[in-house]
Design a binder for this molecule. Structure first.
Ligand code: DX5
Ligand code: ZN
Length: 228
């Protein structure tokens, strides 16, 4: 299986949230130089927006040459996350706020040979998670309120990224940090410098004239900062 990310590099994951779904094949081709496709699953309960379910994600998996990074913004994470592993996502990230048994869920996902991620809304502190962070391949720190693309980056999340990276390094763990929301040429370097190594960008890439150019520009800016 293709692996969407690891701790020893910088990875660009375009979000297809604001892509043209009627032309999904072409929209996927535009981002073929990226590392993974970030698919935002929203259930209209955890967030006030509704997007894909497992059968649509399965179709995206079949159409895409890149691995799929599924970001589940769903209330019923414990019971519904497995379905996204079963339809072929390579990484499945659920929100800590939605999971009753996050360690069990991470272990069940990893047993299915997918990478497991845990996500935090901006107002959720990272500290209570640190004792169990080694159960995950990735920590997703939201840099906007989840639900919609095109919002402005929350600068106030930078110290949280820095604290999370310091704690992960101190424990000698191999956990990637993903940032999602408002990531662009203007903000990506500050995220990388703070300790993120996986970067989701939706509007920055899909609104660009040339998505491939935008992906390589973002990658180049991130790579100016060493992985931690
Ligand atoms: C927001 C989603 C993001 C979103 C990012 O809830 O999780 O992945 O699509 O879009 P931009 O990059 O436009 O902020
Ligand atoms: Zn997302």
């Amino acid at each position: 299986m293709n692996t969407p990310y690891s701790t020893d590099g910088h990875f660009i994951h375009p979000s297809i949230l604001n892509a043209d779904f009627m032309s999904i094949g072409t929209e996927l081709e535009r981002i073929s130089t990226a590392d993974s496709v970030h698919v935002d699953v929203m259930d209209n309960h955890f967030v006030p927006n509704l997007t894909f379910g497992p059968s649509m994600v399965e179709q995206i998996v079949q159409r895409s040459t890149l691995p799929i990074d599924a970001h589940l913004m769903i209330a019923e994470a414990d019971t519904e996350a497995q379905a996204y592993a079963e339809v072929g996502a390579s990484s499945v990230t659920f929100h800590l706020e939605a999971a009753r048994a996050p360690v069990k869920l991470a272990r069940d996902l990893r047993r299915k040979n997918v990478q497991a991620g845990v996500a935090l809304r901006p107002a959720t502190p990272v500290e209570p998670l640190l004792d169990i962070i080694g159960e995950f391949d990735m920590l997703l720190l939201m840099t906007v309120e989840p639900g919609f693309g095109g919002q402005s980056f929350l600068e106030s999340m930078l110290p949280k990224i820095r604290r999370a990276r310091a704690a992960i390094s101190e424990s000698n763990l191999e956990v990637s940090i993903q940032v999602d929301g408002g990531v662009s040429r203007e903000t990506i370097e500050r995220c990388a410098e703070a300790g993120a190594n996986v970067f989701v960008a939706g509007s920055a890439i899909y609104r660009a004239q040339d998505a491939a150019d935008e992906i390589s520009a973002l990658r180049e800016l991130a790579q100016r900062h060493p992985t931690h």
